[in-house]
Design a binder for this molecule. Structure first.
Ligand code: IPE
Ligand code: MG
Length: 222
């Protein structure tokens, strides 16, 4: 979800206005995903590198997340959306953590869309963590090095309980993955759009899905 700052800048508004508009785009996109029958939607809300931003911006983002988690809980329930978190969301302080925890518990049995929010997430750290755990198990004699394969590593990623990633969308004209789901994106179709995240809507989402269906997926075959 990229382009909030530029969206605000173009309107001579403070960056936080872009983040607020971005939060509305989250609501629209989640609804579009539910309506399209998508099984899992993962949103990169805050990367482990976003801490480099000003204290003010981080605090604006944290405040917005607190507000929306609370406000949208009803929507999650109505639409039967299950919330899942990846990353290390504890770093945002007890208030947001508490609200997130409550939302996780209340939506746990929902079975339409799984909404995965990546918070304080970094893919390289996730992969390193899985490797560390495998090393620990090897030292403990629980696995042999020969038993360590793709499935063993994938089983220790935070996405271990999710289906394979099919489509990855990046907005705002940037063409890079920025430490998002690197392992999981091995065979994903990538869609890059010029649309700034706050302008993303059902039409843009459907456009990306249409692009996805036009792709020929070969998974290394021919
Ligand atoms: C939103 O867009 C991404 C978040 C970390 C919330 P940006 O804040 O990166 O917007 P640009 O790239 O400055 O336009
Ligand atoms: Mg950006």
């Amino acid at each position: 979800m990229d382009g909030n700052g530029r969206w605000a800048e173009r309107r001579h508004l403070p960056r936080v206005a872009g983040h607020r508009a971005g939060a509305e785009a989250v609501r629209r996109t989640m609804q579009a995903a539910v309506d399209a029958g998508v099984e899992v939607l993962t949103l990169y809300a805050f990367s482990s590198e976003n801490w480099r931003r000003s204290v003010e911006e981080v605090s604006d983002l944290t405040g917005l997340m607190r507000f929306y988690v609370e406000r949208e809980l009803e929507t999650l329930q109505r639409e039967q959306v299950r919330l899942k978190l990846i990353g290390d969301p504890g770093a945002f302080g007890p208030e947001l953590s508490g609200k997130l925890h409550a939302a996780l518990e209340r939506t746990a049995a929902n079975n339409r869309l799984t909404l995965v929010v990546a918070l304080n997430y970094g893919s390289q750290a996730e992969i390193a963590g899985a490797a560390r755990e495998l090393a620990r198990r090897a030292v403990a004699g629980e696995v042999t090095p020969e038993q360590i394969d793709e499935a063993a590593l994938a089983g220790l990623l935070q996405t271990h309980d999710l289906p394979p990633l099919d489509l990855l969308i990046r907005t705002s004209g940037e063409v890079r993955l920025s430490n998002f789901l690197l392992w999981q994106a091995a065979y994903a179709e990538l869609v890059f759009t010029e649309t700034l995240w706050p302008d993303f809507d059902e039409e843009a989402f459907k456009g990306a899905l249409a692009e996805f269906t036009r792709r020929q997926r070969r998974f290394g075959g021919r």
